[in-house]
Design a protein around this ligand. Structure first.
Ligand SMILES: Nc1nc(=O)c2c([nH]1)NC[C@@H]1CN(c3ccc(C(=O)N[C@@H](CCC(=O)O)C(=O)O)cc3)CN21
Ligand SMILES: O=c1ccn([C@H]2C[C@H](O)[C@@H](COP(=O)(O)O)O2)c(=O)[nH]1
Length: 276
């Protein structure tokens, strides 16, 4: 069984058996027909994935690594907020009349700031620190900029990544304020696992652990029967994750720089509705 399956199944079982419903309160998200999208949730879920052991990808529901990496590169490498630069349509529902998600995600990573070494954006500062000051305890990115929240289509969910070097190993903590377990838990985990692999490789470090801290881990009401069915399936073993080892420049990775060998997974079945 893939370790990521074990974690996903346990998290979902915990949410379903011990979670709290928000049905008695007004909520922001809506289903396509306008009905409020309520959730059952658990606060403060923390998961650790040792990327040296295996790649964290679930098999109880087929995941699309290439689409997930495409969105990751859109945010972290292209630093874009333009949905036309994505190869999937996952952000279309949140785009404004110009096709952007405003000052969210990629936009924030592209803003340059003053540092003693010169002006750099958040991604280039991480790359600089990992190379020149790996003992630093100040290597982190943050997208949750209160100054710009009013101009974001959706407030960033996976909003901060802390990088920490121990010996020759790069570990990371992903801080996420809100997690739609069915739509995006597997999606976000594999994205940030790939990101840690990328930063480690271009910084001459070994990849270590990804710690995923989730403040509000929830399952939407219409997802409950789908989740129950998915977590009852028999998981497969994790596939092998292969990346192009020749790449030494963070900006040279493409979505074809990564592949899975032997990924066996249960087909998705019906399309999952996403609350907007
Ligand atoms: N309610 C909600 N849940 C989310 O997970 C979410 C939002 N809203 N809003 C913004 C982004 C958009 N996200 C999404 C939206 C859809 C998929 C999705 O449909 N994924 C499909 C395949 C997509 C493809 O390959 O084209 C999947 O099966 O993983 C994934 C992430 C994550 N975020
Ligand atoms: O990367 C992402 C982006 C979004 N989500 C989910 C988490 C929530 O279900 C919604 C956002 O709604 P809020 O009311 O702003 O929390 O999107 C995710 O899981 N992962």
């Amino acid at each position: 069984m893939s370790y990521a399956d074990q974690v996903f199944i346990q998290n979902c079982q915990d949410i379903l058996s011990k979670g709290i419903w928000d049905t008695d309160r007004p909520v922001r998200p809506r289903w396509e027909d306008g009905t409020p999208a309520h959730t059952i949730k658990l606060f403060g879920v923390v998961n650790r994935y040792d990327l040296r052991r295996e790649f964290p990808i679930i098999t109880v529901r087929k995941q699309f690594l290439k689409s997930a990496v495409d969105e990751l590169l859109w945010i972290w490498q292209k630093k874009s907020n333009d949905v036309h630069q994505l190869s999937s349509h996952i952000w279309d529902a949140w785009a404004d009349e110009n096709g952007t998600i405003g000052k969210a995600y990629g936009y924030q990573l592209g803003v340059k700031h003053h540092y003693p070494q010169g002006d750099m954006d958040q991604v280039d500062k991480v790359l600089w620190d990992l190379k020149h000051d790996p003992a630093s305890r100040r290597i982190l990115t943050n997208l949750y900029n209160h100054h710009d929240l009013s101009e974001m289509a959706l407030y960033p969910c996976a909003y901060s990544m802390t990088f920490n070097v121990s010996g020759n190993t790069l570990n990371g903590i992903l801080n996420q304020r809100s997690q739609d377990m069915l739509t995006a838990n597997g999606w976000n985990v594999m994205q940030y696992a790939v990101l840690l692999h990328m930063f480690a490789q271009v910084s001459g470090l070994e990849v270590g652990e990804l710690v995923h801290v989730i403040a509000d881990a929830h399952i939407y009401d219409r997802h409950v029967p789908i989740v129950e069915e998915i977590i009852a399936r028999k998981p497969y073993d994790a596939p092998a994750f292969v990346m192009d080892k020749s790449i030494t420049d963070f900006y040279a990775f493409t979505k074809d720089s990564f592949r899975l060998e032997g990924y066996q997974a249960h087909p998705l079945g019906e399309k999952i509705p996403v609350a907007v």
